[in-house]
Ligand binder design. Structure first.
Ligand SMILES: *[C@@H]1O[C@H](CO)[C@@H](O)[C@H](O)[C@H]1NC(C)=O
Ligand SMILES: *[C@@H]1O[C@H](CO)[C@@H](O)[C@H](O)[C@H]1NC(C)=O
Ligand SMILES: *[C@@H]1O[C@H](CO)[C@@H](O)[C@H](O)[C@H]1NC(C)=O
Ligand SMILES: *[C@@H]1O[C@H](CO)[C@@H](O)[C@H](O)[C@H]1NC(C)=O
Length: 325
């Protein structure tokens, strides 16, 4: 839900690491997975190790993590996406953290509505064929739809949040894990324009695929194009892309395990380049312990503040204002 007044097809960047500020550190290292940024700027935070949704106000000094709601029959919350003003889709499941696969029949899509006076929670759909939904994305121009990344089978489901209908919209080897559990294929995903951008953790790629959207739903409309791959001094398999944010200029801010944020951006000739934006690709940076997702702030003056959550229980503010168009 970024307000993108200016969409540029190519940008030049001043390359440097951006200033970071630790907003919150969980005293118990509570694993944080995904962020829903509310219109007020408050963050809704999910954890793969808890069925409880939390909230944190990053504008407060000494911010605290406060409980919002605990989902039944679940141990794990992954993607969250705001598909109408202050209304969110959220994925809950019963996850085995060793195999990184959910109990079949436990994957549920919920609707959380904060827009009315009384907060309501409604289960919209079950996805019995899935053993892991990871990231969620809204679909600009299709307000009832969200896309959900299945990291196990390498697919993106289209979920109609009004009717509860679920169908596989895209399935492709570029989304697949290419190895047994606990490998993860497609992890984060975002629709922008007529394209789906996504990370594949096992393949170490950031990529996009053109989409067509019509009365029969969302379909793949061309070949997958890899825009970047993990660049790390660590041995293969020790570093991986997780989830990401897209900014108004079409750049991607991708979290990378074990401890960095990578900026991927298009050059004037259409090829993509990448740079380390924050943290350390070798994992030595103390406030980026297994970063899982980045999301832009929404409170006044916060549009260029990127909030990164980590598996080490951190919320880190990254000031991206130094990126010049
Ligand atoms: C945060 O907590 C510390 C220690 O309790 C206190 O000294 C400080 O004033 C607090 N800061 C804010 C902005 O509330
Ligand atoms: C939780 O799971 C149990 C057993 O599978 C089922 O009977 C119950 O209806 C479920 N509760 C909810 C809220 O889904
Ligand atoms: C997770 O899966 C592993 C491997 O199948 C199994 O040994 C373990 O008992 C499972 N853990 C739970 C909590 O079910
Ligand atoms: C695009 O531009 C970059 C930077 O000038 C250059 O390194 C790269 O080779 C160019 N790629 C193509 C396909 O022209």
């Amino acid at each position: 839900m970024l307000l993108c007044a200016l969409i540029l097809s190519s940008v030049a960047t001043v390359l440097a690491t951006f200033p970071t500020q630790l907003v919150y550190q969980s005293p118990t290292g509570f694993f944080l997975e995904n962020i829903g940024v509310r219109p007020s700027g408050k963050l809704l935070l999910t954890s793969v190790l808890s069925p409880t949704l939390h909230t944190l106000d990053p504008a407060k000094g000494n911010a605290t993590l406060d409980e919002v709601y605990t989902f039944p029959n679940s141990t794990c919350l992954t993607g969250i996406a705001e598909y109408a003003p202050d209304v969110y889709a959220l994925v809950a499941s019963n996850l085995n953290i060793t195999t990184r696969r959910a109990e079949p029949g436990s994957v549920a899509i919920w609707r959380l509505d904060f827009s009315a006076k009384h907060f309501t929670v409604t289960r919209i759909a079950m996805i019995p064929q899935s053993t892991l939904i990871n990231g969620l994305s809204t679909v600009p121009g299709a307000p009832d739809l969200v896309l959900a990344a299945d990291s196990a089978i390498g697919a993106a489901y289209e979920i109609n949040m009004r009717t509860g209908a679920v169908r596989v919209a895209i399935q492709d080897t570029a989304l697949a894990p290419h190895a047994p559990a606990p490998a993860l294929g497609i992890n984060g995903l975002r629709v922008r324009g007529n394209a789906l951008y996504f990370t594949n953790s096992a393949l170490q790629t950031f990529a996009r695929v053109p989409l067509s959207m019509g009365p029969r739903g969302i379909h793949k409309a061309g070949a997958v194009q890899v825009l970047g791959t993990v660049q790390s001094p660590l041995p293969a398999g020790k570093a991986a892309f997780d989830d990401f944010a897209l900014d108004c200029a079409g750049r991607a801010w991708v979290t990378m395990h074990p401890g960095a944020l990578t900026l991927l951006f298009p050059l004037a000739n259409g090829t993509w380049a990448q740079e380390n934006a924050a943290g350390d690709p070798a994992g030595s940076y103390a406030v980026f312990t297994e970063p899982t997702l980045a999301a832009f702030g929404r409170a006044e003056g916060e549009e260029k503040m990127l909030y990164v959550v980590t598996g080490g229980g951190q919320v880190v503010r990254v000031d991206t204002a130094g990126v010049h168009l």
